[in-house]
Design a protein. Structure first.
Length: 157
């Protein structure tokens, strides 16, 4: 702090205008040099980023592929043993799950969860759902359609 005070006193004793002009000139030159350097760096980074993004762009295509009838048959066979009180019917493009009694709602719900977890990475759609008094027979019935989601890369486009 004492040294800064000495410098300030020296500037006050001397003719302050030339010293002030000299110091402001140095500050201006440093500001210009640093601004030009920052500008060059900015444009170099922008060019690098554009080249990198052009090289790394790869488009993807998301497709929804329906499960095969063989998949539904496999689900039926696998889950029929685990849920003996639930009726599973494998269709060509879906699987039907049903129970005949109102008291079997919990079994019906658990069977639906089992169907949804049976095929890895599959997404399920409820094609039809009937529950309770609205159904004639069986009391709870659902038809589910499964889809596998495929993601493919379209590099170079």
């Amino acid at each position: 702090m004492r040294k800064i005070g000495n410098i300030v006193n020296a500037v006050k004793r001397a003719d302050a205008v030339p010293v002030t002009v000299f110091l402001w000139s140095i500050a201006l030159v440093l500001t210009l040099v640093l601004s030009l350097q920052a500008r060059r760096t900015f444009f170099a980074l922008r060019e690098y980023a554009s080249v990198a993004s052009e090289e790394s762009i790869s488009l993807i295509e998301v497709t929804k592929v329906a499960l095969s009838s063989r998949d539904y048959q496999w689900i039926k066979e696998r889950l029929a043993a685990a849920h003996p009180d639930v009726l599973f019917e494998a269709q060509a493009d879906s699987i039907r799950v049903s129970v005949g009694s109102v008291r079997d709602y919990e079994k019906f719900r658990n069977a639906l969860y089992s169907v949804m977890e049976s095929v890895r990475d599959a997404r399920w759609e409820v094609a039809s759902l009937c529950a309770g008094e609205a159904c004639s027979t069986p009391v709870y019935r659902a038809e589910l359609k499964g889809y596998a989601v495929r993601i493919t890369s379209k590099a170079g486009q």
